[in-house]
Write a new protein. Structure first.
Length: 328
C-alpha cells in the first residue's frame, strides 16, 4: 500500500478554521462541519490530525508561573508559554488563533519526502542555496524550493518542482537552457531570470536580456519577455501578458532582503512568512489592510515582524518563538 500523500495546504487551512470555530464555541451548526468532513476523505484526515495534536497538548494547559497579559503595552513584543490565562478576560480571538495556528503548523510541517526523493537540489524553509551546474550556469534556490537537472548533449533542462529559483545562464546556442515548471517552459535567450511556483500559477521574471515562455509546454502559444518584465501562466489564465516590474526588487531575495512599496500588510507578512519556520497571523481586517513600504531582512524574519509591528504601532504575542500573532 502506498504511503498517504501530505495534506494540501488549502485543506489544512480550511480544517484549521473549522477546528478553531468548534474548539472556541463559535460553530453555530455542527451539521455544516459534518457535511464538510463527509465531502472528501482528506477533510476528515486533516481534522483528525488536528484533534490528535490538540489532545497531545492537553488543551493548552500550562505552567503556574505564566500570568502574562494577552494585551501587552503598546509596541511590546512578549513571549508566552503554552497555557490559558488565569487572570483577566482573554481576547476572543486567542483560542481561535492558537488552535488554528497549531493545527496548520503541525499539518504543514510534515517533511515533503516525495519531493526530496525526486529532487537534485532542495532547500528547507528559510534556507537559500546556490547550485553550480556543470556548464557554468548557476541556480540560486529560494526558501523551500526544489529542482531537478536533465543535461543532455543537445539541451539543458531544469525542472522547478516547487518554490522559486533565480537562473544565471552560461551561453551556449547549441544547447538551449530551459526551465520547466507546472506545465510550462521558459527558455533563456540571455543571462538571468527567475521562475516561481505560486500554486495555481507560475511567474517568470527577467532581470537581464530576455526569455521565451511557452504554455502549455511544447505548444505554439509563446511569448518573449525582456529585461524588467514579468508574466504569469497557468490553467486558469493561459499565457498571461508581460508587465513591467522593478528587476532589482524582484531578485532582492538573492541578497537576503525583500523590498515592498505601498503593499498591504497581509501581503508583506505572507511573503516574510515564507522564510519563517513557524506561523504568523494578523488579527483583524483593519490590521491586514495597513500599507507598508520598506526593506526587510529574510535572514531574521522574526526581527522583521518586530520591525513591522513597531513601525505601524501594533502589538504582538509570541509563543515559543514559532507562533506570532500581530494585532492592533
Amino acid at each position: 500500500m502506498s504511503a498517504e500523500q501530505p495534506i494540501p495546504k488549502t485543506i489544512a487551512d480550511e480544517a484549521a478554521r473549522w477546528f478553531a470555530d468548534r474548539d472556541s464555541g463559535l460553530l453555530d451548526d455542527e451539521r455544516e462541519l459534518a457535511a464538510w468532513l463527509a465531502a472528501d476523505p482528506r477533510h476528515a484526515r486533516a481534522f483528525a490530525e488536528m484533534e490528535a495534536v490538540w489532545a497531545d497538548l492537553g488543551g493548552v494547559q500550562a505552567a503556574p508561573d505564566v500570568r502574562a497579559s494577552l494585551a501587552p503595552p503598546r509596541h511590546s513584543h512578549r513571549r508566552l508559554s503554552w497555557r490559558r490565562q488565569r487572570q483577566g478576560k482573554p481576547r476572543r480571538w486567542v483560542p481561535v488563533a492558537v488552535a488554528a495556528s497549531l493545527a496548520m503548523l503541525v499539518v504543514g510541517g510534515v517533511q515533503d519526502w516525495p519531493t526530496r526523493l525526486r529532487s537534485d537540489a532542495m532547500t528547507a524553509t528559510g534556507e537559500r542555496r546556490t547550485v553550480a551546474l556543470p556548464d557554468g550556469s548557476r541556480v540560486h534556490l529560494n526558501t523551500a524550493s526544489a529542482i531537478t537537472f536533465d543535461y543532455r548533449a543537445d539541451r539543458r533542462v531544469i525542472r522547478l518542482l516547487k518554490g522559486e529559483a533565480s537562473f544565471t545562464v552560461a551561453a551556449n546556442p547549441l544547447r538551449p537552457f530551459t526551465v520547466e515548471a507546472a506545465g510550462g517552459s521558459t527558455t533563456a535567450l540571455g543571462t538571468r531570470f527567475l521562475v516561481r511556483d505560486l500554486g495555481e500559477d507560475t511567474r517568470v521574471t527577467v532581470t537581464e536580456h530576455s526569455v521565451r515562455v511557452a504554455y502549455p509546454e511544447g505548444q505554439t502559444a509563446q511569448a518573449r519577455i525582456g529585461e524588467g518584465q514579468s508574466l504569469l501562466y497557468g490553467p486558469g489564465r493561459g499565457l498571461g501578458t508581460a508587465l513591467r516590474v522593478n528587476a532589482a526588487d524582484a531578485e532582492a531575495w538573492t541578497q537576503g532582503v525583500l523590498v515592498f512599496e505601498n503593499r498591504p500588510l497581509s501581503e508583506v507578512v505572507a511573503e516574510l512568512g515564507r522564510y519563517h519556520p513557524g506561523y504568523v497571523r494578523l488579527i483583524g481586517a483593519e490590521v491586514q489592510s495597513r500599507r507598508v513600504s520598506g526593506v526587510f531582512s529574510i535572514d531574521d524574519p522574526v526581527s522583521s515582524f518586530a520591525k513591522l509591528q513597531r513601525s505601524l504601532g501594533l502589538r504582538s504575542v509570541q509563543i515559543t518563538g514559532r507562533l506570532i500573532f500581530i494585532f492592533s
